[in-house]
Design a protein around this ligand. Structure first.
Ligand code: PA5
Length: 462
């Protein structure tokens, strides 16, 4: 099987002058990478990095596949309800591996698979809009939450469950699937009893690292994606990445380059796929990178704040939106292209008016624009790297996901932070609980009211 590769020539000093990295810098970095590898291996042995076991969960994948196979004919729609790591992987897989207008295809066009919707916001217009287009009698809801307690997912779930109950009464449970922790959380305690089935998110797999667990695999299998091939791609990349030597390990090399660039002031990592199907991989990666690496820590009494900022862009669309900034703006970015060598399809451009486009294909145009952009950036001393997929399929997407997860964990080691937690989102959650009147948060609510923290100050509103 063809491998996903990292081409980093355009971030070296030979190409981009002093904005780039010297080969010797990477050589000098090798011991740090070996140390990071040892730490990662230790964490893996201590069962902390559960995502590294996911490529090998073949029997779970088999169960999901047969469950989807048995049930998908009963439903026209599958709605995933979740947020953050419980939603973004679903969207990324669907966009990457299904028809670009999958939900608009006929049932036959979808080969009998249901349409897939992901409800990952609590905007009333979004939720009620979704209800408008669903035939509830033909809809399966998969409520996904690792903690089983997240307010956004539960709120949407309760609304949809009520609508379901109103429509089909007692049979409601047959339309509900729960994907959550094995023992803990509200969903496990209350809902699983009523739901007709449930899947388990392994305790040691963090939300944003969970796309290759039932979190992402259930909707993938329902839509006909070959989830075993996805896992075998990840397995291949796990073998490639089990290599402490920086020059042989694309995930570690990617992390080392990003880390060195960060130290050189390039704190923005723009991921720019040149394949429309990969646009939501960039969105998924944005969460992985931001929530894992944006951290504060105490360094001998001094609070240090770190974290590269991930930005998503799309080739060629954003050449007409963002590229001016990337070419001539501040030298604070490194661009990561997601490049596809072979598209399964050639579309010839018909010849009108002897136009120069005549006889060329859309693929040729896309690839030429990608090459031109990368050359122009390089000539402007703008470092860029490419993650090259031989083609887009389950195997290469599995590889890419795993490579980026390993790179993220390695970056965590280089920064000396815990890439698996997200303490920074807790305060916002607690304040929401207080504002929503959750039991146990009465004091916090009082504090907000007394200090008028939650009140708007008219002086500053015009
Ligand atoms: O990566 C993470 O841990 C988070 O983004 C979570 O996925 C997100 O907060 C949703 O949490 P849960 O799956 O517990 O509902």
């Amino acid at each position: 099987m063809d491998k996903v590769r990292l081409n980093f020539a355009n971030c070296m000093q030979e190409k981009v002058g002093k904005q780039g990295i010297k080969k010797e810098e990477l050589e000098e970095f090798s011991p740090l990478i070996r140390e990071a590898h040892q730490n990662i291996q230790k964490k893996k042995q201590n069962d902390v990095l559960g995502f590294m076991q996911l490529p090998y969960q073949k029997s779970e994948a088999e169960q999901i596949k047969s469950f989807a196979h048995k049930n998908k004919i009963k439903f026209d729609n599958l709605v995933v309800i979740g947020i953050g790591g419980s939603a973004l992987g679903n969207i990324a897989l669907q966009t990457a591996l299904n028809h670009p207008f999958y939900n608009l295809l006929s049932t036959q066009g979808r080969k009998g698979s249901p349409r897939i919707f992901v409800l990952d916001n609590v905007d009333p217009i979004f939720t009620s809009g979704l209800l408008d287009v669903l035939d509830l009698e033909k809809t399966l809801f998969n409520i996904v939450s690792k903690s089983g307690n997240t307010a956004e997912g539960l709120a949407n779930f309760f609304i949809l469950k009520q609508a379901l109950q109103d429509k089909i009464g007692d049979k409601c449970g047959q339309h509900i699937l729960v994907t959550t922790d094995k023992e803990k959380g509200f969903l496990r305690e209350k809902e699983v009893k009523e739901a007709f089935s449930s899947f388990i998110i392994p305790r040691n797999v963090g939300g944003r690292f969970s796309v290759l667990s039932p979190v992402g695999l259930v909707s993938a299998a329902f839509s006909g994606i070959d989830i075993e091939l996805l896992l075998s791609g990840a397995e291949l990349m796990d073998n490639v990445c089990n290599e402490p030597e920086i020059w042989k390990n694309p995930a570690y090399m990617y992390a080392a380059i990003q880390f060195l660039m960060y130290k050189k002031g390039k704190k923005i990592n723009v991921m720019m796929p040149y394949a429309h199907n990969l646009k939501d991989i960039a969105d998924w990666f944005r969460q992985l990178w931001a929530e894992s690496l944006g951290k504060k820590f105490n360094n001998n009494g001094e609070i240090v704040n770190v974290g590269p900022t991930p930005v998503k862009a799309l080739g060629v669309t954003d050449q007409h939106s963002q590229m001016q900034l990337y070419m001539e703006g501040p030298f604070d970015k490194i661009i990561t292209f997601l490049s596809v060598s072979k598209f399964g399809l050639q579309m010839e451009i018909p010849g009108f008016y002897n136009h120069y486009l005549k006889g060329h294909t859309l693929q040729e145009l896309l690839k030429s624009e990608e090459k031109a952009t990368s050359l122009a950036l390089t000539q402007n001393n703008r470092p860029n790297v490419s993650l090259v997929l031989p083609q887009i399929n389950e195997h290469t997407i599995g590889q890419l996901i795993y490579l980026l997860e390993m790179a993220t964990v390695c970056m965590g080691e280089l920064f000396g932070i815990d890439a698996l937690n997200q303490p920074g989102v807790e305060l916002g959650k607690e304040l929401t609980y207080a504002l929503m009147g959750r039991a146990g948060y009465e004091e916090k609510k009082k504090e907000l009211e007394q200090k008028e923290i939650a009140a708007d100050n008219d002086l500053y509103i015009i």
